[in-house]
Design a protein around this ligand. Structure first.
Ligand code: HEC
Length: 187
């Protein structure tokens, strides 16, 4: 007997399969955008630390990070930036979806997931438009603790106080989640 449910199934299954395939493709694309943004960011960080140390590199992070975020967004057609539950720059503050995902990442890490691989994707609706959203966790490495750790050298702390009076991004240990890359693509 041919039922309504069967009709629905016939219509919905291909749509679901398409959506899954599409998500996989978008996720791969998003990972590529992160890789290239992160590559440039890390390059600048390493170069700055080598040539001038952390105080000099704060200026690099302060100017270069937002510029790179802008440049990579324009190049890729994605919006790409960084966020955290404890931001240094208030411009990087998470929205409601990002806050929820950052909390979920903490839970997933606590449950034993490899922080290098924690990713979340979702298709959401914003102002009547479908948007693909993606986040990827950023763990804290040794070098990060010079500016995000609990034992920050006095000249570094002074410079941070001057540039970021609302700084919350301190007190991190190696392996903690420092934040996440956050991406959006209009569908
Ligand atoms: C030389 C100091 C310095 C080092 C080292 C450093 N950061 Fe930062 N970090 C900053 C500054 C300054 C900002 C604010 C950038 C801005 O104004 O957008 C920042 C911002 C961030 C943000 C954006 C969210 C926020 O808090 O505003 C993330 C995520 C982040 N850093 C992660 C890292 C990670 C991971 C490392 C190690 C690989 C690292 N940082 C190393 C100085 C540093």
């Amino acid at each position: 007997m041919y039922t309504k449910a069967m009709t629905l199934l016939l219509i919905c299954l291909p749509v679901l399969a398409w959506a899954e395939q599409d998500t996989a493709k978008l996720t791969a694309e998003g990972k590529g955008v992160i890789k290239s943004f992160f590559g440039d960011l890390k390059g600048e960080l390493v170069k700055g630390m080598k040539s001038g140390g952390p105080v000099h590199t704060i200026n690099v992070c302060n100017k270069v990070a937002p510029n790179l975020s802008e440049a990579h967004s324009q190049m890729s057609g994605w919006q790409v930036s960084r966020t955290s539950l404890k931001t240094r720059n208030p411009k990087n503050k998470p929205d409601a979806w990002e806050t929820q995902v950052l909390n979920e990442f903490e839970t997933r890490k606590a449950a034993g997931e490899d922080p290098m691989k924690i990713v979340k994707t979702e298709i959401v609706e914003e102002n009547g438009r479908k948007v693909f959203r993606m986040m990827k966790a950023i763990p804290t490495a040794e070098v990060c603790t010079k500016c995000h750790g609990s034992d920050i050298a006095a000249p570094v702390a002074e410079k941070l106080d001057e540039l970021y009076p609302e700084d919350k991004a301190r007190g991190y240990s190696v392996g903690d989640l420092r934040g996440a890359f956050t991406l959006k693509k209009m569908l």
